[in-house]
Design a protein around this ligand. Structure first.
Ligand SMILES: [Fe+2]
Length: 136
C-alpha cells in the first residue's frame, strides 16, 4: 500500500485472518478428534483420514490444498483493495452457507462471529479504497 494507513490496515486484517484460521482449525479438530473411522467415512472424510489421519490439513471443501495462488495481487492499490473487498464478501457468503449446514450452536456461534468480522473487513477495505481514490 502506498502509505502507513494502508500498511496498518493490511497488518491488522492480515493478523486477524491468521487468528481466523486458528479458530476454524480448532473447531475442526474439536469436531473430529473423537470420531471413529466409520464416522469420518460417513461424513465424506475417509480420503482425508487416509492422507492425513486426524491431523489438520488446509484444503477447500473439494479437498484442494491451500496455495499461494489464492492471493491475487496486481500492485495497483485500487485494484487490489477491490479484490480484497470481493474476497471478504466471498468469505461472508461461505460462512453463511456453513451456518445453513449445521444446527450445532457451538459451531454456529463462532461462524456468526467470523461472518461479522468479514463484514467489518469489507467495510475497512472499502473505506481505504474510497480514501485512495481521492489521493491516487
Ligand atoms: Fe476477512
Amino acid at each position: 500500500m502506498p502509505d502507513d494507513r494502508g500498511k496498518a490496515l493490511l497488518t491488522d486484517i492480515g493478523t486477524e485472518e491468521l487468528g481466523h484460521i486458528e479458530m476454524i482449525s480448532t473447531m475442526i479438530y474439536q469436531l473430529t478428534k473423537d470420531a471413529t473411522i466409520e464416522e469420518l467415512e460417513a461424513a465424506g472424510l475417509g480420503t482425508n483420514y487416509a492422507e492425513h489421519g486426524n491431523g489438520l490439513y488446509p484444503t477447500d471443501s473439494n479437498g484442494v490444498p491451500f496455495t499461494i495462488s489464492y492471493f491475487a495481487t496486481t500492485g495497483d492499490p485500487l485494484a487490489d483493495l477491490y479484490e480484497n473487498m470481493a474476497a471478504e464478501q466471498k468469505a461472508r457468503a461461505i460462512y453463511e452457507n456453513l451456518i445453513d449446514m449445521t444446527k450445532d450452536p457451538d459451531v454456529i456461534g463462532p461462524l456468526l462471529w467470523l461472518r461479522q468480522r468479514e463484514i467489518v473487513h469489507f467495510n475497512r477495505f472499502k473505506e481505504l479504497y474510497e480514501y485512495y481514490k481521492t489521493i491516487l
